[in-house]
Design a binder for this molecule. Structure first.
Ligand code: ADP
Length: 473
């Protein structure tokens, strides 16, 4: 495999230090990754600042055209991107319900194309005999993007494409756990984008901290944990950076008494185990009405025990490993606490394969609020199923934690479901679905899940500042 390099000002840049990127399926080294220094970062920011002048001066239609071309050249390299994603992230190439690397890659293309086709138009606020007031939107300058390891390609695209379409330039840092896909993406993008418009630097949290405090960066868009989001908010204050923070959640799903379990079990399973549970807006706590509780537990257990856990490169693998040891340890610790509390493990719960960071799909019943597995985001393949009698209690349970990213209500009665959904304290609520984010629908959290939204017109606007013009006639 070719050595990976930083992407700065249209060039591939070597570094003096490197670190290893491991394949979570067998702990082998996928490749060495360049470790950017502060000087590398400064070069990237300077290049982005220089490129901003001409990039922001283009008409949005010209930027759109380049971004659409970018989607095409990335699409031509589909197999290479999917394989690299599987090797560094662990997700299966295909996976159960086709939710593996192919899903992330197709989502990436869809997101680039849909977002690139958005528009930013002036809005007329008032136009009378004496005055016309227009609201224009201007790009901010250099946007710093910091991303996590669960969807290395897709989440980076969520940040980069609206930023670029709006006329900003970007310095992005992927997670040190999964940096390779974005280094390759950045390299490919140089065929299309002018130098300095998109720069990729790689390194760990220290580099992220340098980005978030950099005086020549105007905005940070961050997806990751709540503690890191809070650290970024502090260090971004020096030059009052704009922020979009999409942080952790612990999404509740509420299953009402009128559901047809057979109709929804697979969907619920997929909502919880998508990407092995390592998804910000996956269903992480399932509250089920007592009248359908046993039936739901049985249906989910049947699905979970049919899953094949293995190396994502194998065609028949349904679920791969967790991405890293730290996350595996969190899952083990939450499971251990549940065992000590006497919860029932319907399936899974024991590590059987130690070649990689594997944990089997695990369902836990006979568990309540207050257990660590319910109260702390597991971000892994283990789902607590909690029984409720009164829907008021389920709503209170859903809302009792300090986070609020997503939530869901499952029912055949859409009016009743919407009444419950409207009371859930979260940025997005789904009825008879969960975790299904779309490029046209704004998505973001409340409480400790962050602020600001991504996607749709509202998401695009976050990469602009308002410029109001009053014209007295
Ligand atoms: P996780 O613990 O799941 O890896 P993090 O929120 O720590 O989640 O990491 C998400 C991203 O934030 C990664 O790219 C990581 O390198 C980066 N990061 C970690 N610490 C900091 C920090 N103090 N400032 C900015 N970025 C950081």
């Amino acid at each position: 495999m070719k050595p990976f390099k930083l992407v700065i000002n249209g060039s591939l840049v070597e570094t003096s230090e490197y670190f290893d990127v491991l394949n979570p399926a067998d702990k082998s080294v996928v490749a060495r990754c360049p470790k950017a220094t502060e000087a590398d970062l400064n070069n990237a920011v300077a290049a982005a600042n220089t490129a901003f002048e001409s990039w922001s001066a283009l008409d949005i239609s010209e930027r759109r055209e380049l971004l659409l071309k970018l989607a095409d050249v990335v699409e031509d390299k589909a197999e290479e991107f999917k394989t690299l994603l599987t090797k560094e992230q662990g997700k299966p190439l295909q996976g159960f319900a086709n939710l593996g690397a192919g899903f992330e890659f197709e989502g990436t293309l869809n997101w680039i194309r849909t977002t690139a086709n958005f528009d930013i138009k002036p809005k007329i606020i008032e136009d009378n005999d004496t005055v016309r007031i227009e609201l224009h939107r201007k790009p901010l300058g250099v946007v710093g993007s910091i991303t996590p390891w669960n969807y290395p390609l897709l989440i980076s695209i969520w940040h980069i494409i609206p930023a670029l379409l709006a006329g900003n330039t970007v310095v992005m840092k992927p997670s040190e756990m999964t940096p390779l896909t974005m280094l390759r993406f950045g390299e490919v993008a140089q065929e299309i984008l002018p130098p300095g418009v998109l720069n990729i630097v790689t390194g760990a949290g220290e580099l992220g901290a340098l980005i978030s405090s950099h005086e020549d960066i105007q905005k940070i868009v961050f997806t990751g944990s709540t503690p890191t989001g809070k650290a970024i908010m502090k260090s971004a204050s020096g030059n009052l950076k704009r922020l979009t923070l999409e942080l952790g959640g612990n999404d509740a799903g509420i299953v009402l008494d009128d559901v047809n379990v057979d109709d929804i079990a697979e969907k619920i399973f997929a909502s919880a185990f998508i990407n092995n549970g390592q998804t910000c807006a996956a269903l992480k706590r399932l509250y089920v009405h007592e009248s359908v509780y046993d039936e739901m537990c049985n249906a989910l257990t049947k699905i979970a025990t049919s899953m094949k856990n293995g190396n994502g490169m194998d065609k028949d693998t349904d679920l791969g490993p967790l991405q890293n040891e730290q996350q595996l340890n969190i899952v083990k610790e939450l499971a251990e606490d549940a065992k000590q509390r006497g919860a029932t493990f319907l399936c899974g719960g024991e590590v059987v394969d130690e070649k990689g960071y594997f944990y089997p799909p695990t369902l836990v019943s006979n568990i309540e609020d207050g257990a660590k597995l319910v109260d702390i985001e597991q971000f892994g393949p283990i789902l607590p199923i909690i029984k409720f009698h009164d829907v008021e209690d389920a709503i209170a349970s859903a809302n009792r934690l300090g986070v609020g990213l997503g939530g869901s209500v499952w029912s055949q009665d859409l009016i009743k479901a919407q009444r419950v959904a409207s009371r859930m304290q979260c940025g997005t609520v789904w009825i008879n679905s969960h975790a299904a984010v779309l490029p046209i629908a704004p998505f973001g959290g409340v409480k400790d899940s962050g602020f600001g939204v991504e996607f749709g017109e509202e998401g695009l606007n976050e990469y602009t500042s308002v410029h109001t013009i009053h014209i007295y006639k």
